[in-house]
Design a protein. Structure first.
Lengths: 147, 957
């Protein structure tokens, strides 16, 4: 396991979430699940984060925010869509102001469906995301070597 | 001798010419040519006299009719006094006491002139190294300022069209002033010196009132009144010396007077009052602030680099008289109170000129403190302060003047991003500010030696060092705030027009001089200052070689820092600053909930905590009380030894002989020092990283969680190092390298057994670099973090210095080696200091309730404050530097228990556990409550402990 897999720092952004998934994300940090066991920290700052957790669908109001946060994260980075709204837009998909899931705006690496997702599912999804993160880190290393 | 006379008399020629010449081109020519001549003459005088023993000259030997000169000067005096009274009448001042005082002075001087019984003065001129240093300052900086005035006053007249053009008067008075300054520093006959003293008072009156506006005239009268009040002290001193003093000590010869030693206390104190007024010390300080209405060259010439220096010059001359006496101690207290109060007030100002004015008063207060203490070490520090202040302050004043004419504002907030839009002016500002406070630049060297000198004030309570400890923290804050504004990379206000050629030439010259003074300080320390001290005190060796060595290494680091730019990765990806994702194109505004809003980064000015007016009023009252005590003590003063000067000289010579110069920082051998440094550089991150891991596990356990593995912090850093370099601008990561370098350096000095004060200063410099790094991006989160970090430094700094001081009293040394190897049970003597240090340890370790600038916790409300805009490798470096910091701080705790390593280790572990517990069981405080609580604890526990300590030790040991 590389350092990336041992120290994934996450940034959590609630797009149009109803807060159901958000509460489950925060539940992962509580003593019951304690994701800090795996070195996971909720940083609250895109410049420090490796993994972007997004809950809720993307709409006109938050599209630029999602884009900005993603752009401000340094490579390598992974995006995880949490909940069915973030995955596909969910029940809000047909709304007049909704673009759809997170992948309508930025590339998504892992989808975690559910309404709301269970903490176990979120942890599973993040662990899956770690694999992607390691791949991207390896690619970045290769790129650096070539440059 | 002729060159000295030339210096005094020559400036009168341009003064007369400029009074009549109205043509602009001719005037410019005259000013430039005379400035060049004066500068050349002062350098010539320096080459002749610098580093030589003091000499006096008898004017009669070259055929000057002394008596005629004396009468002429007295006539001038009378004419001057009457002219000033006429001005008071013409301008209808309501302050009737000013003309009354002037007339009283005239009466006294008449009595002195015609009824005196003093022995005739054998030598009218005297020159020593201190005088030559002053000559250089006046000759080079003073004349450079007049050249600056050529372009500046053209703009001034342009900006103030409608007013009549008074430049003839202006430049004429400027040169008259230079002549008077030369006379003050070179004359040996006190009655003559008094005339020129009064000329500077009148010149400043005319120059401050230059614009004739109501405000300017009012302030001019304030200056006149307060300086005349001080000048009366001088006049009374002359009266004492000719009529009232015991027969044996009646003399107007300065050299003879100084040779009397403590018997000269009364005239010395009377002249000191005049010096205090001229140096704008507290109760008289109001005039200097009012003087800021004058055109910038006036502020620079009179109120920063030369005239106020005349005040401290006379105080420094009389310093040997004050050595180890109660009046001297009270004088030093007055300087110390001035330093503390004006530093605090300067922090609350955003008007650049007022910041400069208050910091001028503060620095002069420091010099007064040195003069009052009067030991050779203190005078050494005082002269150093005087030199660096003169150079750097002149540069700063002129730069601010130039900036004001370009961007139309003298507000520090408006200098945001100046480095990007006005590179030259901003660089001058940066060099000036660095020259004023940043280690290892001049002021810090001087402040350091000042603290060392103040630690030893003999039988008096060590209040002075406490004042210095509290006063130096605010200076750090306001300079860094200003510097931070200037270096921010943001679309600043470029303003209009180019800087006139004369102005840029002078600014460049002064910037080079500041750098040169910094680089050459060992040279003039040994060839000017120390030879002067040797002449006054006998053999002295105030500056150990080891300190010079460390300072030179630090200086080298500072100068080598720009090379770090080459170390920065070439491939930094630039991203937008963090604005909670709501950035609007251009990143200067964000999408708010109601409307698009521009971002604004204002500094903290602590108006509520430190109301300027109330603070000044109270301190003026306090200063009058001190002054009254000073007068009372002086009146009842009994000289200890008849010929004290020789006794003091021999005592200090003996003391100097005892302290053999040490070339290396400690008693370690070279290889041991290298080994200790290496052990720290490699070992500290290992230890610090493990501590951080243990901290996280402990925290998790306290919250009922399992927590990460012990090595988690290392994984974090390893990951951060592999991330892509991302930055908001190309410069911010450079400051992080500075932070790391100086933090490591401070730890190395500490663990290699070096000087504790230097360690603390290097540590502070590291912190300043981090703050500047956070200032560099134009990001509100990062700026708030930077501000809060500064506030944290403000909260910690006094206690750190007091801790060093307390340890010094117990062990008799500032060297960490001595502190570590002493058998003394430091903690028994220093319980209060330990409490204070433990309190600020929470701040330094960035633990709750004091994790304001940035936090390791998830409950951050301002994202990550200080570190918001740092990512990847630079964030890793900040983390590693923080490990170094933690190890250093814990090392400091160790010192208190150093007599037994087992107890010390246990104490460190218990301390750390307690910190973690506090961290997890308290909520974060606001900035003001942090400042209040930490300063209260510092005062109640730290300062009280330090003040009673010398008495305790004497009583018990």
């Amino acid at each position: 396991m590389s350092a990336f897999a041992k120290s994934p720092w996450v940034l959590h952004y609630a797009a149009t979430s109803c807060n159901g998934c958000d509460i489950e994300v925060l539940a992962c940090l509580t003593p019951l699940y304690d994701v800090e066991r795996f070195g996971i920290i909720n940083t609250g700052n895109p410049k420090h984060a490796d993994i972007l957790l997004i809950t809720g669908s993307v709409n006109e109001q938050n599209r630029d925010v999602v884009k900005n946060l993603y752009d401000q994260m340094p490579d390598p980075k992974v995006v995880i869509a949490i909940g069915i709204c973030a995955t596909s837009g969910g029940i809000f998909r047909e709304c007049y102001n909704v673009y759809g899931g997170v992948d309508s705006t930025i590339p998504v690496d892992v989808y975690i469906p559910g309404c709301a997702c269970r903490p176990e599912a979120i942890i599973d999804g993040v662990v899956k995301g770690l694999g992607v993160l390691e791949q991207k880190a390896a690619a970045l290393k290769l790129e650096k070597k070539r440059a | 001798m002729h060159i000295l006379l030339f210096l005094i008399l020559f400036p009168l020629l341009p003064a007369a010419l400029l009074a009549v010449v109205g043509n602009e081109a001719v005037r410019g020519l005259i000013i430039r040519a005379s400035a060049l001549v004066i500068a050349a003459a002062s350098i010539a005088a320096a080459t002749v006299f610098l580093g030589k023993p003091a000499v006096g000259f008898d004017l009669a030997s070259i055929g000057v009719p002394i008596h005629a000169v004396d009468l002429t000067l007295f006539t001038c005096e009378a004419v001057l006094a009457l002219a000033m009274v006429v001005m008071c009448v013409v301008w209808k001042t309501r302050q009737w006491w000013i003309p009354a005082l002037i007339l009283a002075q005239l009466a006294i001087i008449t009595v002195v002139e015609f009824g005196g019984q003093a022995a005739p003065v054998a030598q009218q001129l005297r020159v020593n190294d201190l005088a030559i240093i002053m000559v250089l300052i006046i000759g080079i900086i003073g004349s450079a300022i007049t050249v600056f005035g050529v372009g500046y006053m053209r703009d001034w007249v342009h900006h103030h069209h409608g007013d009549p053009d008074r430049r003839r008067e202006f430049f004429s008075v400027m040169f008259l002033f230079l002549s008077a300054m030369f006379a003050i520093v070179l004359l040996n006959q006190l009655s003559w010196m008094f005339l020129f003293w009064e000329i500077t008072t009148m010149a400043s009156f005319l120059l401050i009132g230059h614009s004739r506006s109501q405000e300017a005239t009012g302030n001019a009268f304030t200056a006149l009144g307060l300086n005349t009040l001080g000048g009366t002290g001088f006049a009374v001193a002359l009266l004492w010396l000719t009529h009232l003093a015991p027969e044996s000590s009646r003399t107007l010869d300065l050299t003879v007077l100084l040779a009397l030693g403590q018997a000269a206390m009364i005239p010395a104190c009377l002249i000191a009052v005049a010096g205090l007024a001229k140096a704008a010390q507290l109760p008289f300080s109001r005039w200097l602030l009012g003087a800021m209405v004058a055109p910038t060259p006036v502020s620079a010439l009179l109120h920063s680099s030369t005239m106020v220096k005349a005040g401290v010059f006379v105080l420094l001359i009389f310093a040997p008289v004050f050595h180890h006496t109660l009046p001297g101690y009270l004088l030093a207290c007055l300087g110390g109170v001035t330093f503390l109060v004006t530093s605090l007030v300067a922090m609350t100002q955003s008007n650049a000129k007022r910041v400069l004015a208050y910091s001028t008063i503060a620095n002069l207060g420091l010099i007064v403190m040195c003069a009052g203490v009067g030991s050779p070490e203190a005078v050494w520090a005082g002269i150093m302060l005087l030199i660096f202040h003169a150079v750097a302050k002149a540069l700063l004043f002129l730069t601010v003047g130039s900036i004001e004419h370009r961007i139309g504002s003298r507000d520090i907030e408006d200098m945001d991003g100046l480095l990007g839009v006005r590179r030259g002016l901003a660089l001058c500002l940066i060099i000036g500010i660095c020259g004023m406070f940043l280690a290892p630049f001049g002021m810090l060297i001087s402040k350091w030696s000042c603290l060392e000198a103040l630690a030893n004030v003999g039988d008096f309570p060590p209040l002075l060092a406490v004042l210095l400890a509290f006063g130096s923290a605010p200076t750090l804050v306001f300079w860094t705030q200003w510097l931070g504004k200037v270096i921010t990379v943001s679309p600043g206000r470029p303003g209009e027009g180019a800087v006139p050629r004369d102005e840029s030439l002078v600014l460049g010259l002064l910037a080079v001089l500041t750098l040169a003074a910094t680089l050459c300080f060992p040279i003039f320390a040994t060839h000017g200052v120390e030879t002067y001290l040797a002449g006054v005190y006998g053999a002295v060796n105030p500056m150990p070689g080891s300190i010079l060595l460390i300072m030179f290494i630090m200086l080298g680091m500072m100068l080598a820092l720009p090379l770090f730019y080459f170390l920065l990765p070439k491939t930094q990806t630039l991203v937008a600053p963090y604005l909670a994702g709501a950035n609007l194109p251009g990143n200067r505004s964000f999408r708010g909930s109601l409307a698009d809003q521009p971002i604004s980064n204002g500094n903290y000015y602590l108006h509520k905590l430190l109301p300027e007016q109330r603070l000044m009023n109270w301190s003026i009252v306090l200063a009058w009380v001190l002054l009254a005590a000073f007068a009372a003590v002086t009146a009842g003063f009994v000289p200890m030894v008849a010929s004290a000067a020789s006794a003091v000289a021999s005592a200090t010579a003996a003391a100097a002989a005892e302290v053999a110069p040490v070339l290396l920082p400690t008693h370690f051998a070279v290889w041991q020092i290298v080994a200790a440094c290496l052990a720290f550089i490699i070992g500290a991150p290992l230890l610090g990283g493990l501590l951080a891991g243990a901290d996280r596990i402990l925290t998790a356990r306290m919250q009922g969680r399992v927590g990460p593995p012990l090595l988690q912090s290392f994984w974090d850093v390893a990951k951060l190092l592999q991330k892509r370099h991302v930055a908001v601008n190309m410069h911010q990561n450079f400051y992080v390298l500075g932070f790391l370098a100086f933090t490591v350096a401070s730890g190395c000095i500490f663990f290699a057994g070096g000087d504790l004060l230097l360690t603390i200063f290097a540590f502070t410099v590291g912190g300043i670099f981090l703050v500047l790094g956070a200032y560099a991006p134009n990001s509100p989160y990062s700026h708030i973090g930077a501000q809060r970090e500064l506030m944290q430094m403000l909260a910690c700094e006094p206690m750190l210095l007091l801790g060093a001081l307390g340890l010094f009293y117990v062990t008799g040394s500032f060297n960490v080696y001595d502190l570590m190897s002493t058998g003394a049970k430091s903690v028994v003597w220093l319980p209060g200091v330990l409490v204070g240090v433990l309190f600020i340890l929470t701040i330094k370790l960035r633990k709750s309730p004091f994790d304001l600038s940035t936090s390791h916790h998830g409950h951050q409300e301002l994202v990550k404050g200080l570190t918001t805009e740092f990512s990847g490798p630079s964030l890793a470096l900040i983390e590693v530097a923080h490990w170094y910091e933690n190890v250093f701080m814990l090392g400091l705790i160790w010192v208190f228990f150093a007599w037994n390593p087992w107890i010390a280790a246990a104490a460190v572990v218990v301390t750390y556990l307690a910190e973690v517990l506090v961290d997890n069981s308290s909520a974060r405080l606001t900035v003001t409550s942090m400042l209040r609580s930490s300063w209260t604890v510092t005062l109640v526990f730290g300062a009280a402990n330090v003040v009673v300590l010398p008495y305790l030790i004497r009583a018990i040991r």
